[in-house]
Design a protein around this ligand. Structure first.
Ligand SMILES: C[S@@+](CC[C@H](N)C(=O)[O-])C[C@H]1O[C@@H](n2cnc3c(N)ncnc32)[C@H](O)[C@@H]1O
Length: 200
């Protein structure tokens, strides 16, 4: 999977990257609100969401399997004079320094994971990076929409919940759309979770 994403960042084939933070993240952070804390953005891409979070005074680490994406994220942050840590990491197989985090965010990373077992492992790894009671917001493609010619991988609500429920309580699961500059953006799940008590 890493090579696939690396190639796409190198050739600019990144339709999900519209250069701005996702509206679903902004709404959640502002309306819930999410208190200032250490944040991990998994599969942060070129850093649009991580940089926005840092601008809101969160202490942000972004990780991505693609070295090119991380180089772009570092460049963007430095050009805007934003303090963010960006590291290359395969989150399915590695930990990320800085735990525990109060808030984990991923836009399109969990949904890029192919199998039930790998998604369960991803969720277990998220929980191991969260502090007790820490929150995880995932934005994932929604399988209630017809598959598009060019569009995100899609999960059913059942696939999403099956992966996360052993490790997290689902606080809210809503059908929405990805933040996008397209006139007809892809449907998304917006799922907010809290790490279960007693999970390491
Ligand atoms: C759909 S893109 C979204 C990127 C970014 N979150 C955004 O909103 O622009 C999914 C991202 O997850 C990254 N990714 C996929 N599998 C990963 C893994 N196992 N560990 C870390 N990052 C991964 C990809 O390189 C890619 O940047």
């Amino acid at each position: 999977m890493g090579k696939r994403f690396e190639e796409r960042y190198k050739t600019g084939d990144t339709p999900w990257d519209h250069g701005t933070p996702d509206i679903n993240l902004i709404d959640m952070v502002i309306q819930r609100p999410i208190s200032k804390c250490k944040v991990l953005d998994i599969g942060c891409g070129t850093g649009n969401n991580a940089i926005w979070l840092a601008q809101q005074h969160f202490m942000v680490t972004g990780c991505d399997i693609s070295q090119t994406a991380i180089e772009k994220a570092k460049k963007k942050a430095s050009m805007s004079n934003i303090n963010c840590s960006f590291i290359v990491a395969d989150f399915l197989n590695n930990g990320v320094p800085g735990s525990p985090f109060g808030f984990v965010f991923d836009r399109g990373c969990l949904h890029s994971v192919d199998t039930d077992e790998e998604r369960r492992r991803f969720a277990e790894n998220v929980a191991s990076h969260l502090e007790e009671g820490g929150l995880w917001l995932t934005l994932a493609g929604n399988a209630d929409e017809q598959v598009r010619e060019i569009g995100p991988p899609q999960l059913t609500a059942r696939e999403l919940v099956t992966a996360v429920e052993p490790y997290c309580e689902v606080i809210s699961l809503a059908a929405s759309h990805f933040g996008s500059n397209q006139s007809n953006p892809p449907q998304a799940w917006v799922c907010l979770m809290r790490k279960r008590k007693g999970i390491q």
